[in-house]
Design a protein around this ligand. Structure first.
Ligand code: HEC
Length: 118
């Protein structure tokens, strides 16, 4: 398409967002910020999120979102690595995940959408 509209992309992305919100809540339920995280539940949820990210990546038709999708994907990899080590600092990686959601939102005129207090 010659005049690719960023809004066409934004609409495509929107289909994934409620799933992301649910999965982010699942991570919180798995105790990712607590002292006894449920590691297998965390791994399972992060795998689902990774699948969702790759679907989202192929759904967007412009490069506009690429850097933000990479950031989101990087946060998920970080959680996977920390979960493997049963690293209790994984709550910090969850913070990064939250920020990677917000960075894309604030860059694309959807401020204030967050799954936790900044
Ligand atoms: C690559 C960019 C990008 C990333 C990363 C991203 N979002 Fe979004 N999100 C959007 C866009 C664009 C919209 C607005 C879509 C619209 O209304 O046009 C949106 C909207 C939303 C909405 C509102 C949906 C609605 O029906 O109005 C929620 C909830 C949401 N995002 C959650 C999340 C969560 C949770 C994460 C992180 C796990 C996340 N998003 C990461 C781009 C992104």
């Amino acid at each position: 398409m010659l005049f690719a509209s960023p809004h066409a992309s934004a609409k495509d992305l929107k289909n994934y967002m409620h799933q992301f919100l649910d999965m982010a809540a699942d991570l919180a339920d798995a105790g990712i910020e607590g002292s006894h995280p449920n590691w297998s539940k965390i791994d399972e949820t992060v795998k689902k999120m990774k699948r969702c990210v790759s679907q989202m990546r192929s759904a967007v038709s412009t490069d506009t979102y690429r850097v933000y999708i990479d950031r989101l994907s990087g946060s998920l990899d970080q959680i996977t690595a920390m979960s493997r080590e049963h690293d209790l600092n994984v709550g910090k990686a969850y913070d990064h995940l939250s920020q990677s959601c917000m960075k894309c939102h604030s860059a694309h005129l959807t401020p204030g959408i967050t799954f936790r207090e900044p």
